[in-house]
Design a protein around this ligand. Sequence first.
Ligand code: ZLM
Ligand code: CA
Ligand code: ZN
Length: 372
Amino acid sequence: MRSKDKISYFYDGDVGSVYFGPNHPMKPHRLCMTHHLILAYGLHSKMEVYRPHKAYPIEMAQFHSPDYVEFLQRINPENQNLFPNEMARYNLGEDCPVFEDMFEFCQIYAGGTIDAARRLNNKLCDISINWAGGLHHAKKCDASGFCYINDLVLGILELLKHHPRVLYIDIDVHHGDGVEEAFYFTDRVMTVSFHKFGDKFFPGTGDVKEIGEREGKYYAINVPLKDGIDDSSFNRLFRTIISKVVEIYQPGAIVLQCGADSLARDRLGCFNLSIDGHAECVKFVKKFNLPLLVTGGGGYTKENVARCWTVETGILLDTELPNEIPENDYIKYFAPDFSLKIPGGHIENMNTKSYISSIKVQILENLRYIQH
Ligand code: ZLM
Ligand code: CA
Ligand code: ZN
């Protein structure tokens, strides 16, 4: 192992206090819980902790349409009833409600991912972390799936100023459609998403046959999975695909979206991953020793999200964490066991050996068409 990596970590205390509304699955408070757990383990003293800048509308418009950004800036819970047409046009509503300080929330999580990319570009760190980011569904002119501004696309565009090729990896249980779509026609970004596919699971895209078009043909990889995938099959598939991709594509930097809804017992997810299984992906990607930007994403069982991203922060810092959760403001959420790790789940694994093998064969076959 090389000497320990230099890590930049981005967090704004205001991000955890916004509220999507009663019963909405997305709970930004999980970010506050994660941060406090990271502090309780003393990890802040091993990395540089920054408050990100609030992304400017002009920065958001590097990807999004200016009229969409302007509307997000203007709309609020009081005036939303005056704009039914725009609300529908930009897909704001149940999944993507207009809530108090929504735009500021977008500015913070997008600013974090942009800052994270800039510190990597300027070689001020080896790895940068923004757990508030990872909102992979947002489109150029549309909100989608709890995402308004696509911070990942903005971060990747920033990295492309310094690197000819960027690799994007997405282990959220949902398909990373917004990032894939943004770079579907270019070979300068390779997108790889692992996700649940089928049974009308959101967003419905991400078939193995979706591979990119024109210059981008073979530069989008989709790993569609069924319910119940466990650590051993997920990790084996992940290692096989990602090692081949890195060998062939030779990226200059990697962006890793660590959505925690792929964990067992997630409110929206349907996989059996333990925290160790999820974190194994982070460990594996770190070993390539390339500039690495790590974000959050989904994750709807709050206490497990905080556990997962704390364990992953520890891995990025090469720091072992005791399994007993130390005293902190949110300790009550970790009852009754107060342990850091959670085991895998036990729902039936619908991914047969032959199904996984056929997916793997198709993906490796497509990789043979590219050479760098
Ligand atoms: N209805 N309230 C993952 C994004 C997943 C689309 C079905 C809305 C919900 C869900 C919202 C309180 C990431 C769909 C859902 C109900 C059309 C999704 C508000 C419950 C509620 O009780 C709810 C009134 C809401 C939303 C469930 N939505 C569950 N799944 C998905 C989006 C985002 O993890 O990948 C990255 C952060 N939407 O399935 C519907 C089709 C809208
Ligand atoms: Ca995914
Ligand atoms: Zn998700």
